[in-house]
Design a binder for this molecule. Structure first.
Ligand SMILES: NC(=O)c1ccc[n+]([C@@H]2O[C@H](COP(=O)([O-])OP(=O)(O)OC[C@H]3O[C@@H](n4cnc5c(N)ncnc54)[C@H](OP(=O)(O)O)[C@@H]3O)[C@@H](O)[C@H]2O)c1
Length: 414
């Protein structure tokens, strides 16, 4: 049994792709942590990741050729699951078995969004973590976005205490489409943009509406209403573009996932007040880059945030030539004109505070703000929204039919 608190948490990463590198960048703003191991299937990816750990001064990172080797390493206390959605459950089953068999010393696990592709999978993720006695954290970075933390604190301290609680949260996350083929494949990812990005919006909106320190169940979900649509990527020109970029496995002529979704979630607080979440999300937004928009409205106040309304902007004339990149903002679409720049993406998007929080909770043995229970509750909302869109009707909660529900676009052969 590991004695807590531990002075330094030694973290092993499962996955070495886009988000793993984002997390790594943020870790330089986190104390009491070392990144000591990584597993992903390709040696070159593992090496690149380990070299970056070294360059950032985040510890000595060993590359592992198998998941088992990472999980049973004697220098790994906690695992961050950052591999694709369709690999989650197998990673978690392996971790559970290795811990139960006494082969692994891992005592905590954090998992990227969404926790799983279905309610059944999410429930299994939670019960595996609990059965193995692992502390668990759900990596929903938007809850830790610096404008969310600061905005929520001010609204609830100054405005809500004097004029009443907020009643409406609006959240949107949009960009021009994901970077790897598996995101576009309904069965692998779990759905389309609704599952990929609305997981952020419903959770950050719920968090903004929840009184500081109050438990998740202080707000009850009463009903959800969702719409999904294919606005851009099923058009022949764009379906062809996807096929050229990702190969025949991404076939948006015949097997598209939705590229637009909207949701309303009706909630009730402990005093019987009706509250509302309005969320919208798309892979069909071509602006400067990824855009997060948030609002929190109450009887005498309003909060608003737009991640592309940055303080820092850079103008580049048509004479400035260079290669395409994502060096100004995530999912960047241009390199000329007036461009917004997020000078600390890892901080503003919440990764730094998220990782600081998870590391401190894990090393001290405390329950994180976001756990697998929250991840499960998010998946329940998402599945409710898919079901609502499928039947073209509002779905009242609790909805036991969601236990084994699979979104239409995620059904094999869909
Ligand atoms: N919070 C956010 O805003 C945010 C943003 C992006 C992604 N995410 C989430 O992060 C997760 C990963 O997304 P990503 O964008 O990083 O995807 P990605 O760029 O495709 O990277 C996936 C990584 O997982 C590795 N991998 C694939 N299969 C594996 C397996 N069976 N076991 C271990 N590693 C495996 C891949 O490397 P090898 O090929 O070497 O195996 C790769 O390093 C997803 O769940 C996604 O939803 C969250």
């Amino acid at each position: 049994m590991t004695q807590l608190p531990k002075q330094t948490l030694r973290v092993g990463f499962v996955g070495s792709g886009f988000i793993a590198h984002f997390h790594l960048k943020s870790m330089i703003g986190v104390r009491n942590v070392e990144v000591t191991g990584v597993f992903s299937r390709k040696a070159e990816n593992r090496e690149k990741f380990a070299n970056e750990v070294e360059a950032l001064g985040l510890g000595s990172c060993r590359t592992h050729e198998s998941l088992e080797a990472l999980l049973t390493a004697d220098d790994v206390d906690a695992v961050w699951i950052l591999s694709p959605n369709y690999t989650r459950i197998d990673v978690m089953r392996s971790l559970h078995k290795a811990v139960k068999d006494g082969r692994s010393k891992v005592f905590a696990v954090a998992c990227e969004k969404p926790l799983a592709r279905t309610v059944a999978e999410a429930r299994e993720m939670l019960s595996l973590a609990e059965d193995a006695g692992l502390n668990h954290g759900y990596l929903e970075n938007q809850v830790f976005c610096t404008p969310v933390l600061r905005g929520k604190e001010i609204i609830w301290r100054r405005a809500a205490t004097t004029t009443g609680r907020p009643y409406l949260a609006r959240a949107a996350e949009e960009h021009s489409g994901p970077h790897e083929p598996w995101f576009w494949q309904g069965d692998k990812q779990g759905g389309g943009v609704l599952s990929d990005m609305m997981c952020h919006s419903v959770e950050v909106a719920r968090y903004l509406l929840t009184a500081p320190g109050a438990p998740r169940n202080s707000l009850k979900i009463k009903a959800v209403n969702g719409t999904v649509a294919n606005l851009k990527w099923t058009r022949p020109h764009y379906a062809e573009q996807l096929r050229n970029r990702f190969g025949n496995e991404v076939d948006y002529r015949n097997r598209p996932s939705e590229d637009f979704a909207r949701a309303t979630v009706t909630l009730e607080d402990q005093d019987g007040n009706e509250l509302m979440i309005e969320a919208t999300t798309s892979w069909a937004y071509v602006g400067a880059g990824l855009r997060i928009q948030l609002e929190l409205l109450g009887p005498e106040y309003a909060l608003e945030y737009n991640s592309l309304s940055t303080g820092l902007k850079i103008f580049m004339s048509r004479e400035v030539k260079g290669s395409e990149g994502e060096d100004l903002v995530e999912k960047q679409n241009a390199e000329q004109g007036l461009m917004p720049v997020l000078e600390d993406e890892a901080g503003v998007y919440g990764y730094t505070d998220e990782n600081r929080h998870m590391v401190e909770c894990f090393r001290k043995g405390e329950k994180p703000l976001e756990t697998f229970e929250d991840g499960l509750a998010v998946v329940e909302m998402l599945m409710g929204l898919y079901r609502s869109a499928e039947i073209n009707a509002t779905l009242n909660f609790p909805a036991p039919e969601l236990e084994h529900y699979v979104p239409v676009v995620a059904r094999r052969g869909a």
